[in-house]
Design a protein around this ligand. Sequence first.
Ligand SMILES: Cc1ncc(COP(=O)(O)O)c(C=O)c1O
Length: 399
Amino acid sequence: MNDLKKDFPLLMQDEISYLDSASTTQKPQQVLDAIQHAYTSYNANPGRGMYTLAEEATEQYESARNTVAQFIGAKPNEIIFTANATAGINLIAQGWARQHLKSGDEILLTELEHHSNLLPWQRVVKETGAQLKFIPILPDGSLDMRKIDVLITERTKLVACTHSSNAIGTSVDVAAILARAQQVGARTLIDACQTVPHQAINVASMGGDFLVFSGHKLLGPTGVGVLYIKESMQDAVQPLSLGGGQPFEVDWDQYTLRKGPHKFEAGTPPFIQAMGLAAAINYLQEKVPFDALQKHEAALCARLIDGLSTMKNVTILGPVDQLKKQGHLVTFVVDGMHPHDVAAYLNQQGIAVRAGHFCAQPLFTKLGYDGAVRASFYCYTQVKDIDHLLQAVRSFHSL
Ligand SMILES: Cc1ncc(COP(=O)(O)O)c(C=O)c1O
């Protein structure tokens, strides 16, 4: 994994320790080249034109869909390109939940959710009279899985949960949650933003109805996300936007929509970005085997946790043992220092970390903190970045 950094021009130009990959990843030259190639070779609106360039653009766009489908074990017609993961969750909230839920129904989330998998459901319950419930966390930040049998009942119509917390790194046993949800006939949505970039995911064997992730968190460009909708669920979901590219037939006062992913992709889709995402997946498949990546990231977590644990004024949040085995981020607070001040000081030392509540404010309220500092890693992160951070945190003592 150690020689990958040279593929990332920003990291080579800029002598920073970039430790904010859970937020967005840097891009390898191969992806940047693929985006430029797409603009210079396939730039025509896909699915519309009859000329050769437009047909090639369509072919490349659909080929990107195939690449994504193979990557997560889906069928190509189950892959919908969205702007990002947030857009995918909102599509299911408004296009499915709002249409199908009513007073007395329940949506179950976890206390770990990112705001993107919380606010859309808060709106749905306001609109439908349904109720939100949460699987609680234990003091170490892991989920209290003993509660799922009582929380998932005949009233539960949807379970929408993160696969791994972006805030404190907790990995969620979605297999157990999906199994219980299926027993009561509840639909399921997995927010896989923090797992698709780090581990092999197979939606067919996982068995859920909806899954989302964002391209920019796995070396791809911004502006493209993926929403997986199981084929058998697609008729029950309404598109969020209506317009060009999706109708089958239109009259002055009515329309019918196409079947499959195009039904949900109104307007010109992010086709160049989708091609860039496919290039990112190709890069990962060629250069970043997931078992090696997980070992690399877990070793970085262990090094950082062990180093921080020797510092009396530092508290690590989250399930430390789990992070040392399969984490890709470490979240901590420095006693007596505001996380923003810690991040500002680290910035002066050339270290980029996130500080705040990481779009999981209710989780931090529950943990009893205003916020924290998060260092997160990916394939290009090196041991020297961790040592740089440890040295900088240690130097707080001498300020
Ligand atoms: C777990 C999780 N869910 C959802 C999101 C939202 O992703 P995006 O902003 O790309 O839509 C993020 C981004 O940080 C995330 O980590």
